[in-house]
Design a protein around this ligand. Structure first.
Ligand SMILES: Nc1nc2c(c(=O)[nH]1)N[C@H]1C(S)=C(S)[C@@H](COP(=O)(O)OP(=O)(O)OC[C@H]3O[C@@H](n4cnc5c(=O)[nH]c(N)nc54)[C@H](O)[C@@H]3O)O[C@H]1N2
Ligand SMILES: Nc1nc2c(c(=O)[nH]1)N[C@H]1C(S)=C(S)[C@@H](COP(=O)(O)OP(=O)(O)OC[C@H]3O[C@@H](n4cnc5c(=O)[nH]c(N)nc54)[C@H](O)[C@@H]3O)O[C@H]1N2
Ligand code: SF4
Ligand SMILES: [Mo]
Length: 713
């Protein structure tokens, strides 16, 4: 007999989705330990009910039988569950042992993308670095947005003082190398981006996309221009040159704090629209028109993302984008690009975490440090090259470099050769299978949530805190608890003073109270965690505000346009010409709304349907290379080769092929049962760790030269 009155009650939870940068509000209904539904939270003032298919898969992650909940140790060919006590002791002892033999820097840390979506990992990740006293820090930053951070550091004095497109008020938006319809926006937290882009058109404005593929975003744009991968710097310098040549420069209210206008003008000399046209493949009059439209619109913004960041001129591109916004009077004005005023991490002069650059260089290749990190492109060589300072042990935390970083096979070999490896991760995947011990944190629904990173990057000022949906299971640990515990034991073994950090909610409360809307700022309704808890749908703090001049963190309080190492890189660009007379094709990536980098392919609802891992190639190129649509082809680059199916598509421009990253789960020892059944190879078995942006050291993940031929039968 079942008695319906004894069923647990249905509870409605509100929680921001942490899976991507859009931070959509969710309404999650649970009954006991079951999830009844996951829907968009219509009362979230920012996301207004929008969600994407990944949000519903949060339940698959929560209930995934492959998700680890207790530490495991690798024994022979298998894994054995061990207690947290044993695990923490063994990890601390092994890391300290390696350091005692080979020095502090012989233990490296690689931090992956999900840390930025997990606030306890943000607040507590640093103590591990401190306990280990290592300078060998790596992260997904240098596979992604390092150029953005470097440019903000160089020009505005703080790596996180990044101007964000004011998408809700702009009249002209130039999107270069970003596909927000698939990615849901990046370094531009913008839930429901489709509606917001279409609203630009409805109010009489327009948006233009520059991309080697006619992406989902390009398909709804007013204009789309194909561009030869890696050539964007020519386009951007030509826009700058046109602005000067046609007397369109208006620097507006920022004029008194601008340094280097004349140096910028000179640097752009000779980059004519005609010359850029030859390099990029975009018509010269279209390039001039972009400059004129930017200058003429009442609120314009140039925004460049992954596509212009992960290329050889990544830093130069991000610099030129800032310059274009400055020269057209688009910086720090409504409808242009503005810095945010977040409740946590409001940046003003003297704010910590500004960044650092070039204080040290990597041992083997001599690439510069940024903010205490080295570029991830050198991780494998720092492990594999003998000598003093060689990396002999590794901690990966929420990262999967084997699938995410260039030359994955080399990283595989490097990880295999380590003396010791520990992974803080809940999956045994392509990377963590190399670990000696895996420390799995609780799942995302089992801890509270606050977006430290993404309110800072949002197109509106908003703030939101949510309680956990479920209590954590018995004998499990949050990420931050793992870092506290591990750091305590490492410090004890090294005889270092150690004080555990308070829980993230206490740190958040303190930051809110001392923040821009807190008691200290004399705000009317001073924010604290208790106040914020009264707004489970999030609290709107209004549109982005002007006021950059007062918030500059450079020592002299000015905007530095004439950064010497960027002006020097313009010279490198002058000496560069694309090779149009080649048989090679240029490989680019591709994101899909139902993927999330490498780690969300273990959920049936996200991998079912039309396959999406094929190599896209223009029909003319198929003909030219005598290939048959839908047949198996081998793709070969300097570092490796993979075999997959080719699919004819005029979405990509001739000369370009596209393969998404994050697939290739058939590597031996991966314990992700659904992912391992999926076809698809890893794009990063082709990308080349020898290609990087020499200014920042950021990886080049697009525009990689490859040969494609019919696979051997
Ligand atoms: N669904 C989904 N959402 C995601 C992610 C995901 O994996 N899946 N990942 C998240 C992460 S970590 C990030 S950083 C963001 C990234 O967010 P976006 O930057 O919007 O991501 P992409 O879709 O990779 O867009 C990059 C675009 O650049 C184009 N491109 C490639 N090479 C060039 C070039 O040389 N020049 C130009 N102009 N364009 C080029 C590509 O064709 C692509 O359309 O997305 C986040 N959101
Ligand atoms: N060719 C090519 N390569 C790319 C890109 C591209 O566009 N093209 N994009 C690049 C970009 S933008 C990025 S950001 C990187 C991403 O690179 P990575 O961050 O190295 O890789 P992810 O695929 O995000 O792997 C995330 C890992 O974190 C684990 N995880 C998820 N949530 C949590 C959590 O809450 N706690 C812990 N401890 N672990 C968790 C997952 O199980 C997984 O192992 O990839 C880069 N690689
Ligand atoms: S768009 Fe991003 S934040 Fe919104 S529901 Fe999808 S994955 Fe979550
Ligand atoms: Mo990323």
């Amino acid at each position: 007999m079942t008695d319906s009155t004894s069923l647990p009650e249905v509870i409605t939870h509100h929680r921001a989705c942490h899976l991507c940068e859009a931070i959509c509000g969710l309404e999650i209904k649970t009954q006991g330990d079951q999830i009844l539904s996951i829907k968009g939270d219509k009362e979230d003032p920012f996301s207004r009910g929008h969600i994407c298919p990944k949000a519903t898969a949060l339940q698959d992650l929560h209930f995934d039988p492959d998700r680890l909940k207790h530490p495991v140790k690798r024994v022979g060919g298998g894994w054995q569950q061990i207690s947290w006590e044993e695990a923490f002791d063994a990890v601390a002892e092994n890391l300290v042992r390696v350091q005692q033999v080979s020095g502090n820097n012989s233990v490296a840390i690689y931090s992956g993308n999900p840390n930025v979506h997990n606030y306890g990992s943000m607040t507590h990740g640093g103590i591990l670095r401190k306990a280990l006293q290592t300078q060998s820090n790596y992260s997904a930053t240098s596979l992604d947005q390092l150029p953005h951070q470097l440019i903000s550091y160089a020009m505005y004095g703080h790596q996180a003082l990044i101007p964000i497109p004011d998408i809700d008020r702009t009249q002209y938006m130039l999107i270069i190398g970003g596909n927000p319809l698939a990615s849901n926006g990046s370094i531009m937290t913008v839930p429901d981006v489709t509606k917001r882009l279409k609203a630009i058109q409805r109010r009489g404005g327009k948006f233009v996309v520059v991309d080697p593929r006619r992406t989902e975003t390009a398909a709804i744009a007013d204009e789309h221009h194909f561009i030869r991968p890696g050539s964007d710097a020519f386009l951007l310098m030509a826009i700058i040159n046109t602005l000067f040549e046609e007397n369109l420069v208006t620097t507006g209210h920022l004029t008194p704090v601008l340094d280097g206008l004349e140096a910028v003008r000179q640097s752009a000399e000779g980059f004519t629209a005609e010359m850029a046209s030859e390099q990029t493949g975009i018509a010269a009059n279209s390039i001039r028109q972009m400059a004129r439209d930017m200058a003429a619109a009442d609120g314009a913004v140039c925004y460049g993302r992954m596509g212009v960041s992960v290329q050889s001129f990544g830093s130069l591109c991000q610099w030129a984008i800032q310059i274009i916004n400055i020269l057209t009077g688009s910086l720090d004005v409504p409808g242009g690009a503005l810095v945010t005023s977040p409740a946590f991490g409001y940046i003003k002069p003297g704010e910590s975490g500004a960044g650092s650059f070039g204080r040290r260089h990597t041992r083997v290749r001599g690439l510069p440090e940024f903010s205490g990190e080295f570029p991830s492109s050198v991780l494998a060589e720092e492990i594999l090259t003998p000598g003093e300072g060689q990396v002999r042990a590794l901690i990966t935390r929420a990262g999967n470099p084997v699938l995410s970083a260039p030359n994955g096979n080399e990283i595989d070999r490097a990880l295999e050769s380590l003396d010791f490896m520990v992974a803080v991760d809940f999956y045994i995947n392509e990377t963590t299978r190399h670990a000696d011990i895996i420390l799995p944190p609780t799942g995302p629904l089992e801890h509270d949530h606050y977006d430290i990173a993404f309110h800072r990057l949002a197109v509106r000022n908003t703030t939101r805190y949510n309680e956990p949906v479920f209590e954590p299971e018995a004998d499990t640990r949050h990420d931050w608890e793992i870092y506290n515990e591990l750091s305590a034991r490492i410090s004890a073994l090294k005889n270092l003073d150690f004080k555990p950090l308070p829980s993230p909610d206490l740190m958040l409360d303190r930051a809110l109270q001392h923040g821009h809307y807190g008691k200290a700022a004399g705000a009317e309704q001073a924010l604290s965690l208790d106040v914020l808890k009264q707004y489970p749908h999030g609290l709107d703090l209004g549109p982005l505000q002007s006021g950059l001049a007062e918030r500059l963190c450079t020592e002299d309080g000015r905007i530095h346009m004439d950064v010497d190492y960027l002006l020097a890189d313009v010279q490198r660009l002058r000496e560069t010409r694309v090779d149009t007379d080649t048989d090679e094709l240029l490989l680019i990536g591709r994101r899909h709304v139902r993927s999330n980098n490498s780690w969300m392919h273990n959920f049936q609802r996200l991998v079912k349907g039309k396959p999406r891992w094929q190599l896209l190639m223009h029909p003319e190129d198929l003909k030219k290379h005598q290939l048959v649509d839908n047949s198996l082809v081998t793709i070969q680059s300097r570092v490796g080769e993979v075999t997959t199916t080719v699919s004819a598509s005029d979405e990509v421009m001739p000369g370009v092929v596209s393969l998404p990253h994050g697939w290739g789960h058939k590597r031996k020892g991966v314990h992700m049962s659904i992912a391992a059944e999926q076809q698809g190879v890893s794009c990063n078995d082709l990308t080349d760790d020898g290609r990087f942006d020499p200014v920042s050291g950021n990886a080049v993940l697009n525009g990689v030269p490859v040969k494609v031929f019919a696979a051997a039968p």
